[in-house]
Design a protein around this ligand. Sequence first.
Ligand SMILES: [Zn+2]
Length: 67
Amino acid sequence: MTNQRPQTPGRGAGSGGGRGRQPGGFGLGPEGECWCPRCNKKIPHKRGVPCYEEKCPECGGPMTRAR
Ligand SMILES: [Zn+2]
């Protein structure tokens, strides 16, 4: 059996990983926004914090998920 595998010249070329793409900008990310129904305030949603646990910076009320 002749099994020839091409040799890869080292593995430090520096092009690895496909995740690391960040959209340059502030807006509708995957996280969305939280919205205050009382005063119509919107804040960017924080990772790991549900909107209903956020408090509106304006009125201190509970926020809800906005689209
Ligand atoms: Zn509010």
